[in-house]
Write a protein that binds this ligand. Structure first.
Ligand SMILES: [Fe+2]
Ligand SMILES: [Fe+2]
Length: 130
């Protein structure tokens, strides 16, 4: 398992917590497929992760805009950085089909980012969203 549920901070907004749990499930499934080098499964789950991430980010951005939250731009730019990374790794995956590179990205970059983004940016936004 890449990320345990207890490693993820709960934020004071239930919608956000739900989005985080959904994404957690997909990324853990993807990590399992990477460990077993199941190329077809990785194909499928990598796309599922891109879709899930977009729902997660877009929903948060819409909620922040609705309340004209001051921290919107900075928060969104942290989303955009990860959007770009995921797109780039996905493009490389499509060409190279390299589970090893993907494993490195998930374990060394994505995991840290996910935990930190939630405890910093999402926890702060959730306070304003309620
Ligand atoms: Fe989030
Ligand atoms: Fe966020």
């Amino acid at each position: 398992m890449l990320i345990q549920k207890r490693e993820i901070q709960k934020v004071p907004n239930e919608m956000m917590n739900m989005l985080h749990e959904d994404e957690l499930e997909v990324v853990n499934d993807l990590h399992d497929a990477v460990l077993t080098r199941d190329i077809e499964k990785i194909d499928e789950l990598f796309e599922a992760l891109l879709a899930e991430t977009e729902v997660h980010f877009k929903t948060e951005e819409d909620m922040m805009q609705q309340v004209e939250f001051d921290g919107y731009q900075l928060h969104k730019s942290d989303h955009d950085t990860m959007r770009e990374k995921l797109q780039n790794y996905h493009k490389r995956w499509e060409v190279l089909k390299g589970p090893k590179e993907l494993k490195g990205f998930l374990e060394k970059e994505y995991k840290k980012w996910f935990i930190l983004h939630i405890s910093k940016w999402d926890a702060d936004a959730a306070l304003h969203l309620g």
